[in-house]
Design a protein around this ligand. Structure first.
Ligand code: 5GP
Length: 201
């Protein structure tokens, strides 16, 4: 399970898309949210847009692996699809905040790799949020205030990247995924391979 967290506007969505289109055997976890769709967002692809009642029902039925309140809306990771993807032998990519990352860490620390993306500067982040212009002005202001809060959790992550060059930052994420996949504990089947090799020596 690979988590990418960052304040909104640090380029996490673009980085996620690049990773998914470049690497095999990794699927995006599609979250549920009570937030209204932005223009261009597709239900079932960007998020599952659901009502507050439905969200509460999912929490009560333990259908969410983790969940959090962000900017007054609720966001959560549906458990079923993640478990199914992992069981099929694929990795799962999560675009979730620090609260969700902490919950996943408590549940499955050995199976989790946490990456935090920092913007190159505060000004850069401000411009990105304004130029995105999808959100009302007061929401942009809220997101800026929240950015500092989100960034304060940077030290809870395994890797911290600065997105000052999209190409380089993408390459760094690919390198993390590839290296983490090569860790001995994740290479199931390796002990049989070694055992049978030694038997032939
Ligand atoms: P946005 O509204 O910009 O799509 O997302 C706002 C924040 O919510 C982002 O930081 C994003 O990573 C986080 N987020 C999205 N889905 C989830 C989720 O399922 N769980 C948690 N904990 N955070 C999420």
């Amino acid at each position: 399970m690979l988590v990418l967290s960052s304040p909104s506007g640090a380029g996490k969505t673009t980085l996620s898309r690049r990773l998914l289109s470049t690497e095999q055997n990794i699927e995006m976890s599609v979250s549920v949210t009570t937030r209204k769709p932005r223009s261009g967002e597709v239900d079932g692809k960007d998020y599952y847009f659901i009502s507050a009642d439905k969200f509460q029902e999912m929490v009560q039925n333990e259908q969410l692996l983790e969940w959090a309140e962000v900017f007054g809306n609720h966001y959560g990771t549906p458990r079923g699809p993640v478990e199914m993807t992992l069981a099929e032998g694929s990795d799962v990519l999560f675009d979730i905040d620090w609260q969700g990352t902490q919950q996943l860490h408590q549940r499955a620390r050995d199976d989790l790799v946490r990456v935090f993306i920092l913007p190159p500067s505060a000004e850069h982040l401000r411009q990105r949020l304004i130029s995105r212009a999808q959100d009302p002005v007061e929401v942009v202001a809220k997101r800026m205030a929240k950015a500092s809060d989100e960034i304060s959790h940077w030290a809870e992550y395994d890797y911290v990247l600065i997105n000052d060059d999209l190409e380089r930052c993408s390459e760094e994420i690919f390198a993390i995924l590839r290296s983490e996949r090569l860790k001995r504990a994740r290479r199931t089947g390796l002990s049989n391979f070694v055992r049978s090799m030694r038997a032939d020596l």
